[in-house]
Design a protein around this ligand. Sequence first.
Ligand SMILES: [Zn+2]
Ligand SMILES: [Zn+2]
Length: 204
Amino acid sequence: MFDTRELGRRPGALKRLSRTVPAPDDLGTEVIGVRKGAELEVELRMESVMEGVLVTGTVRAPLSGECVRCLEPLTLEGFADFQEMFSYPDTDGPARRPAETGDEEGDEERLFLQGDLFDLEPVLRDAVVLSLPLQPVCEEDCPGLCPDCGVPLAQNPDHQHGEAVDIRWAALQEFAGSMRPDGPAGQDKQDKPPRGSGDDPQEK
Ligand SMILES: [Zn+2]
Ligand SMILES: [Zn+2]
């Protein structure tokens, strides 16, 4: 809960504050999220307006999860912006004209001040969850796991299998070499891949 008492209700009044709050339970997705109780660093600006308090801010959150390619644990710093209006409850009172109730969708999502307090948790939750990477990777060019045995390739750059695979690979090289007589196919492995960025999550 955040307190607006010091802000006052005079429209135009401003107050900034920084606070660290513990993360609520279940903040995240299956692959990445914030551990319960981890520290969320919240910086916000409260602005008193006619109908309530406009809250604008940022939240930093320590994320932990696992790389979708190599399944190694990873940690990232999450960062999200938010803006939310907390209305004074009395603006929704009997004095309200029927014409103002037209916007049903807006009404459903409306958040209200509870006395001088407002509950930022649902706002932080939405902001953090929306900012989470859908396909977190430990490194942009994480090579993932060996498709044959599941060994993480990043830690085993020279990883290869026994003769059975070598023979197949040699046959492939021979084949590739015969297709391109201008150079031995084996050297292609040393070259950087032509694609610059590793944006494609399917990239092997
Ligand atoms: Zn990885
Ligand atoms: Zn392997």
